[in-house]
Design a protein around this ligand. Sequence first.
Ligand SMILES: [Zn+2]
Length: 92
Amino acid sequence: MRKNKNGRNSGDRCDRCYEGTLHPQKVSETILKRGRALVIDDIPAEVCSRCGYRYFDIKVIRAMDALFGEYAVHIDLPKIVFQEAIALQRAA
Ligand SMILES: [Zn+2]
């Protein structure tokens, strides 16, 4: 069995829900940090069969950080203040 740096392997019990088991799967992650964004597809992960929590090998996390640094772009996401936005919605 392949052992990763976090000690989580296929077939292991999930550390979050304690009910599901982990299965290898390729996943897509959308990363948003400090006004920059990147979508990465086909990332290897161990995914819980019950809660869907994704476990990444530390090497994969480091690679994702490096890819983010290289490929992420600045974006202007709309930003609102919750209470003000709700008040305006009611007034409309
Ligand atoms: Zn789980």
